[in-house]
Design a protein around this ligand. Structure first.
Ligand SMILES: Cc1ncc(COP(=O)(O)O)c(C=O)c1O
Ligand SMILES: N[C@@H](CCOP(=O)(O)O)C(=O)O
Length: 522
């Protein structure tokens, strides 16, 4: 048998058996608790275990830290200019600084000390992450914080603001795959089945936790603000409300769904409805956050992407660390496509897997600046005026993360596709007819899949994951319009309107018989 050693996982409830002891480990990391740490620090005086009546999961985590104090932590992360050459660039910032842009005005990236993480083999990280799933140990019960060492290694668990987000369902789209695409290995990662109904929760737990820490450090942060097409504002306001931090949201008037609008209102955010589009709101929030001590929560802030990247790691985990061929993601402001790339790339870099999937970014044809750039063979990027789309959360013409998206696509042999309004609405209706209840943005991603299947780029047996970014219940009006055949110049080919019928037995029987005569096997 290969040499192995036993440690207890950081949630203290699972003993991990690791294949081999890392040879380059110099200090005992904070997540090598009880047995290994006790051996490393034999004069620890145990403190009494809190009784279940007097303690909560946060207290228990604190107690574990007392009995098993964090050892010298090798892991760290800092901001660096996005795309800077690590051999020549010396510019970097602590994550405790309030900075969103590099000196040259470019984007930032959170850079982890990979050499410290590499002291542990991929098998170690796989076993550690797997050991935390399905537990309620603070904060590791969260799908994001179960990867804490790769997200915000320095933050105290006490400062974390979490709704135990992540760990979302990876749904086998058996019937949709077979019926519409001739595919047998199609999966939908339901990131929208989440606390506030979208993938934004993954990034917002990280950002708001860091703000919580900054405020405890007396840094000048009076509130947190964002521009939003709906989902970012919902997540921001919920996490801020949970931590008692003021949130301020800039929304384009009449351009987001009622279900999305009511979320920040209910969570007590200061909501500004502004007579412009998302790009206009984004410009305003950037100006405002450079004048006032309001922390910027959009994905321009690279902290957000550290949380969002965990969805990619989770997909690999859910496939027992087998890598799918394709991952398809709807794109708007374009932070998420880079977040997914980063999650996959880290897993490869740190030896958890040996390759990464090909990424597809799917845009609405009415808001397609990335698609046009891709089609020009990356010749020249031009922002567009985004037109109205049922995929309203990606009605964005000047995406802040354009450079990140291009990097992700170039380094994953990626593709960009687009979906017209009719295509995305039909795709949504087709998926719903097989038992899903997806949002229009997921309809955009499914359209991209259908086109790539039709052209033969994606094969019938290719393992493919479509990322569903928001809950369908946030977008019911678009479904109502479609199923009522109430959309101008759209055939609504899969509409399924309700049948009005008189309240008598004969009339009900007549319509039922007519219906049943058309159903197979009757
Ligand atoms: C539901 C939904 N899907 C997709 C996206 C696109 O994500 P990104 O802006 O990171 O490209 C957004 C937000 O922009 C969204 O709210
Ligand atoms: N769809 C987003 C648009 C803003 O994106 P962000 O990721 O940069 O915050 C939203 O829901 O507001």
């Amino acid at each position: 048998m290969a040499s192995s050693y036993l440690i207890q996982s950081p949630n203290f409830s699972t003993t991990l058996k690791l294949p081999s002891k890392p040879t380059t480990l110099k200090t005992t990391p904070s997540f090598l608790p009880i047995k290994a740490a006790a051996a490393a620090s034999s004069n620890n005086t145990p403190t009494p275990t809190p009784t279940s009546k007097s303690s909560n999961i946060r207290d228990k985590a604190r107690h574990q830290n007392l009995t098993n104090p964090p050892q010298i932590n090798n892991f760290s992360a800092k901001y660096v200019p996005f795309g800077a050459d690590p051999d020549t660039s010396t510019e970097s910032y602590s994550l405790d600084e309030i900075v969103y842009r590099s000196q040259s005005g470019g984007l930032l990236d959170v850079q982890h000390d990979l050499s410290a993480l590499k002291a542990f083999p991929g098998s170690y990280w796989r076993a550690l992450f797997d050991s935390r799933v399905g537990k309620r140990t603070w904060p590791y019960g969260s799908g994001v914080w179960s990867k804490k060492e790769w997200v915000l290694p320095d933050i105290s668990s006490d400062d974390i603001v979490s709704a135990f987000e992540g760990n979302t369902n990876l749904f086998w789209a058996e019937r949709f795959g077979k019926q519409f695409l001739g595919m047998n290995d199609l999966w939908v990662k339901h990131c929208g089945i989440s606390h506030t109904g979208s993938f934004k929760d993954l990034g917002m737990t990280v950002l708001v936790s860091q703000v919580n820490r900054l405020r405890k450090m007396n840094k000048p942060v009076v509130g947190v603000g964002c521009a939003s097409t709906g989902d970012t504002s919902a997540a921001l306001s919920a996490y801020c409300a949970s931590a008692g931090i003021p949130s301020i949201v800039f929304l384009p008037a009449n351009k987001i769904s009622i279900a999305q609008l009511v979320q920040p209102i209910a969570n007590g955010a200061f909501v500004l409805s502004i007579d412009t589009d998302f790009d206009g709101c984004m410009k305003l929030i950037r100006e405002v956050t450079s004048e006032l001590p309001i922390y910027l929560a959009n994905s321009l802030n690279s902290l957000r992407l550290e949380g969002q990247k965990t969805a990619a790691i989770e997909i690999l985990q859910q496939f027992d660390w087998e890598v799918p061929e394709w991952v398809i993601i709807p794109g708007g402001n374009l932070g998420n496509i880079y977040a997914f790339y980063k999650g996959f790339h880290m897993c490869k870099e740190l030896g958890l897997v040996d390759k990464i999937p090909r990424l597809v970014c799917a845009q609405a044809a009415n808001a397609n600046p990335l698609y046009l750039y891709y089609k020009s063979a990356w010749d020249e990027f031009k922002a567009v005026k985004a037109n109205s789309t049922f995929a309203s959360a990606i009605q964005i013409g000047d995406p802040v993360s354009i450079d990140r998206a291009v990097y992700a696509l170039k380094n994953s042999n990626g593709i960009v596709e687009e979906a017209t309004e009719e295509e995305l609405m039909d795709a949504m209706a087709m998926a719903d007819s097989t038992g899903m209840f997806i949002c229009p943005h997921t309809g955009v991603a499914l359209t991209a899949l259908m086109k790539l299947r039709k052209s033969g780029v994606i094969g019938s047996t290719d393992r493919t994951v479509v990322v569903s970014t928001a809950h369908g219940l946030k977008f019911t009006q678009s479904k109502i319009d479609y199923h009522s055949n109430n959309i101008k110049e759209m055939a609504c080919s899969y509409a399924n309107p309700p049948v009005s019928v008189a309240a008598d037995f004969g009339s009900v029987m007549d319509v039922l018989k007519k219906y049943l005569s058309k159903t197979p096997k009757y």
